[in-house]
Ligand binder design. Sequence first.
Ligand code: MRU
Length: 347
Amino acid sequence: MQDPFRTIEWKDNHIRLLDQTLLPREERYLDIYEVDELCSAIKKLAVRGAPAIGVAAAMGVALGMLKAPRSDFGAIADCFRALSSQIAATRPTAVNLFWALDRMKSVFDANIDKDLNQIQTILIQEAVSIESEDRRLCVRIGLAGRDLFQDGDVILTHCNAGGLATAGYGTALGVVRAAFEAGRNIRVFADETRPLNQGSRITAWELMKLGIPVTLITDNTAGALMQAGEITKAIVGADRIAANGDTANKIGTYSVAVLAHRHEIPFYVAAPLSTIDMKLASGKSIPIEERDPMEVTHIFGVSVAPRGVSARNIAFDVTPNELIAGIITEMGVARKPFENSLRALFV
Ligand code: MRU
């Protein structure tokens, strides 16, 4: 089945992306011509999800370089560096953003002898390749993981690791989708995922568009359903996976993993290799974004807390590797000990 939407694309020298802040009420595409607009779209989660943020970062560099000064190479290189730093400062946790910026830099460095028009074209081509590769990788992740899910499985997922968190098809939801497309009789419970409700607004919306049976629950409900034997597997995406398998993902993922462990339910992570940060030995060094407390005290602009109350808005948590049954990538499923199995995926 075709994707029912396009997360992000390069279109006539600008970026077009589906504004995820408006879902599910409205399907509106943003046409982005300035890097400042792209950075605010990333910060406010109009485009979100680790792989999609990586694509946005790469396209942002290509977009900004269209306005590079037509002077000497030094000025062009300064422009490239400034754009990369600006985009790198948008969100700290999803490593795909930094992976994509590094990849754009390698291409830039390899073509410094070309004239500006050629460099601009090459950077656009690279950003577009990152987008199209990402969708293909997600399909491969789906195929690598689908046989972990069987007829009758009832699968819990948290946040959104679907087509909208990637260039298309999705990681965790890509695996669910591949199992469903293989004819498996499966159902999904989607955590609503406070504070920004990626589960209720986006995951439920995507699964309904795909015709995959989904039931929405509050974040507090997962434990009771596991206790009642109503959940058989759990799968989530990742924003950054350390070399030992510790996995940063949306806040609340750790709680789901602990609950799954308590109830002996396999807990899987699905992500492309670009989400694995082999430079970090463990999850302790993963930078965790903390966002505006307003996202906690308000829902869609409406206050749900007393005025002036203190609030914290930690956007991600780290699930220790021992709670993870397998990490599903485009190169296959890594199992414990992850130090060895993840490294083997890169050779
Ligand atoms: O804050 P968000 O919506 O960008 O957080 C997204 C997640 O935590 C996803 O689960 C993760 O990026 C995996 S996306 C395939």
